[in-house]
Design a protein around this ligand. Structure first.
Ligand code: SF4
Length: 178
């Protein structure tokens, strides 16, 4: 035991250093979001995250949007706990058979106007799980999807780009994919 403790003190942590976020890309997207949010939102945009069968890596990237670096609340975008308070459903994972009804009920509980963003390859196409007996398929098999964010998982900057595309699309009434 003493030997193990001593070895761990000498070795230090074995984890890799976290990748540096792309500050230039963030500044670009932030400026676009600031302008689009000012134009399109008379109030804040409320987002309800829905996990329909994800491995949770997509959720980790979504969580990062609320950290002090990305800090999406500064653009008037915020996460809410209930679909009844939401404008946007951010859906992750392939839609499993068990989660299909929950997703449909969440969509029905969201007031109009509402938008759906599919985050991650699983939500966009079904990913690895397309042919699984336990999955219905991508989110578009269940709900109309306005914007897709491919990636496994997509980094926070791509999710921000998608929200920017959604805001710009709201102005033109045609949400754009990133
Ligand atoms: S897209 Fe990748 S990271 Fe996201 S839920 Fe699917 S397997 Fe996990």
């Amino acid at each position: 035991m003493r030997k193990t403790l001593l070895a761990s003190l000498i070795q230090g942590p074995l984890t890799e250093a976290a990748p540096r976020p792309d500050e230039k890309a963030l500044e670009e997207v932030s400026e676009g979001l600031r302008r689009a949010a000012r134009r399109s939102l008379g109030r804040s945009l409320a987002i309800r995250e829905v996990d329909t069968g994800s491995c949770n890596a997509c959720e980790l990237e979504i969580h990062a949007l609320s950290n002090p670096f990305y800090d999406i609340e500064r653009f008037g975008l915020r996460f809410v706990a209930s679909p009844r308070h939401a404008d946007v459903l951010l859906v992750t994972g392939p839609v499993t058979s068990n989660m299909r009804e929950a997703l449909e009920r969440t969509y029905r509980a969201t007031p109009e106007p509402k938008w759906v963003v599919a985050v991650g390859n699983c939500a966009c196409t079904g990913g690895l799980f397309t042919s699984s007996y336990a999955c219905v398929g991508p989110v578009s098999a269940v709900l109309p999807v306005d914007v897709t964010v491919p990636g496994c998982p997509p980094p926070p900057i791509e999710i921000l780009r998608a929200l920017l595309a959604l805001l710009v699309g709201m102005e033109n009434d045609t949400p754009q994919n990133v």
